[in-house]
Design a protein around this ligand. Structure first.
Ligand code: GLP
Length: 241
């Protein structure tokens, strides 16, 4: 695992965008595994700037997102589909037909999860998977548990995650109690993983990621089993290591 510690959030975003831009330049039809949350917003802004400067082109890029609340409709401004359109897809020349976000309106959830996993396989896995990290060490919505699921699945959110994400909703009661998320093996289908973290609120999770034993009690620790992981975090997120 490679660890890059940056001065602050802006530098973290720039370093991450540079790495993503390299992947796109190397293969204009690459498959990006994308994430939501506050953390990658700066990176998406930097990617849009690179696109506007003519440095990168999204015309042939394909993407798959990590997770989505369930149930939620795509027009809900808290849905991850809405987030992706707003922060990236509507600002670059990506073909929306080439973008996939788990469907928060799926009726038959098991069937949807099987199909989403098959889609990741059809794409040949992602060239790079962006990840944030939850305060409790979750990745995607793979929450700490005695066992972790391999593939895309429906998950019940922990109270910690509901509370952490309630800042985006009118009230905690409005946060969906479930989510669809790639599993650990789905994430591991990526050839390269970029995990981003910023701020003191993530310091304990980054400490666990870097120092603790591998444990499903902190799903991010599993990442040290993947051959190509780069952690980009700012000094605050790295402050407890
Ligand atoms: C959310 C998302 C994760 C994200 C994490 C951190 O619950 N499901 O994919 O990485 O929590 O979010 P943030 O970047 O806003 O701190």
């Amino acid at each position: 695992m490679k660890i890059i510690v940056t001065k602050n959030y802006d530098e973290m975003s720039k370093v991450a965008a540079d790495l993503m831009a390299e992947v796109i330049k190397n293969d204009p039809a690459c498959v990006l595994g994308l994430a939501t949350g506050d953390t990658p917003i700066g990176m998406y802004n930097e990617l849009v700037a690179k696109y506007e400067a003519g440095e990168i082109d999204f015309a042939a890029v394909r993407s798959v997102n990590l997770d989505e609340y369930y149930p939620i409709t795509p027009d809900n401004d808290q849905s991850y589909r809405y987030f992706m359109d707003k922060h990236l897809f509507d600002r670059v020349n990506i073909d929306k037909a080439n973008t996939s976000v788990p469907d928060g309106t799926a009726k038959d959830v098991s069937k949807f999860c099987r199909e989403y996993e098959a889609k990741i396989d059809e794409l040949g896995g992602t060239d790079v998977q962006v990840l944030g990290i939850g305060r409790n060490g979750h990745i995607g919505f793979n929450e700490p548990d005695a066992e972790l699921e391999r593939f895309t699945h429906l998950v019940e959110l922990t109270t910690d995650t509901i509370e952490a994400n309630s800042r985006f909703f009118a009230s905690e009661a409005d946060v969906p109690k479930h989510a669809l998320t790639m599993g650990i093996h789905s994430v591991f289908k990526a050839r390269k993983i970029l995990l981003l973290a910023s701020g003191k609120g993530k310091a304990a999770a980054i400490r666990a990621l870097v120092k603790s034993n591998i444990t499903t009690a902190c799903p991010a620790t599993l990442l040290c089993l993947h051959p190509d992981v780069t952690v980009i975090c700012d000094e605050d997120a790295y402050s407890l290591v």
